[in-house]
Design a protein around this ligand. Structure first.
Ligand code: ATR
Length: 267
């Protein structure tokens, strides 16, 4: 049996097992996806142990995404982002990848959003914001990063090509001419709040939220009220798993089956 899994702490509420197992079922694979909660001090031993046991691939989540970079060979994107959410054991040394960034881009592309030449506004400059900033920039967008702590946005913008850093008070101006808005903050998670004033949203915007609990966040409801296109947080979650599956197996993922499994849990 091929074994895959997730390293994090806590991982009890993760949807990844269901999404990946749906893919194994769809393809009739003799595979399973388990969750592991090592102590932070044991991260290196956990990764080395997984390699020794013949585990094929691991996802990595909070709080290990940054620390894991020390124990794997990074691909170019993960190296720039400075965080890993996918480890591939198919080789001499485990390799680290960042399918959060790939997932964000594929979620937007799935909805026919053209990023090349687009003006994008990214709210949030934490771990998720960082991955998405590189993804948008790599796809050819101009990335205006707005964050509650402005210095964090400015610092991130110095690392990302074609990016600028701002405080949240600049959002009104930034959104006037933007085509894409991504919320990469935790605002809206289990609360009816939005990081973006509703009156700044407009019909020429595509608005993607990374928050998926609830699925229809206040931001997305405000956006829909103003006839903007909306992409809920399930899509990035789906496509980071799709990209991890494809990295590990070399096969095109059964996206619909994975999406059905995900939606069965979060809708
Ligand atoms: P993650 O890895 O999920 O991105 P993080 O690194 O803690 O988590 O980042 C959380 C992001 O949400 C940050 O951009 C944070 O803004 P600050 O850098 O100013 O802390 C943002 N955030 C969290 N709560 C917020 C709030 N109430 N209003 C605005 N932004 C908030």
């Amino acid at each position: 049996m091929q074994v895959y899994g997730l390293l994090g702490n806590p991982v009890g509420h993760s949807l990844s097992p269901r999404i990946h197992q749906a893919a194994y079922r769809e393809f009739g694979m003799d595979a399973c996806y388990a969750t592991f909660e090592p102590e932070p001090a044991d991260l290196e031993a956990a990764i080395e142990g997984a390699r020794a046991l013949g585990i094929r691939g691991l996802n990595v989540t909070i709080p290990f995404k940054r620390d894991a970079i020390s124990f794997v060979e990074l691909d170019e994107l993960a190296d720039r982002i400075g965080a890993v959410n996918t480890i591939d054991f198919d080789g001499d040394r485990p390799t680290g990848h960042n399918t959060d960034a790939i997932g964000a881009r594929r979620a937007l592309e799935h909805h026919d959003v053209t990023l090349d030449g687009a003006r994008a506004v990214l709210v949030g400059a934490g771990g998720a914001g960082r991955a998405i900033a590189f993804a948008l920039s790599d796809a050819g967008a101009t990335v205006n990063i707005a964050n509650r702590t402005e210095s964090r946005a400015r610092n991130l913008a110095t690392e990302v090509p074609n990016a600028t850093g701002h405080g949240l008070s600049d959002l009104t101006d930034l959104l006037t001419n933007a085509e894409v808005l991504v919320n990469a903050t935790s605002v809206g998670m289990d609360e009816d709040d939005s990081p973006v004033p509703a009156e700044t949203l407009h019909r020429d915007l595509t608005v993607m939220d990374i928050v998926y609990h609830p699925l229809r966040t206040r931001l997305l409801r405000d956006a829909a009220d103003r006839d903007a296109t909306t992409i809920d947080g399930g899509w990035m979650l789906l496509y980071q798993a799709v990209a991890a599956f494809e990295r590990w197996t070399g096969q095109e993922a059964p996206v619909d089956a994975m999406n059905d499994a995900l939606r069965a849990e979060i809708e």
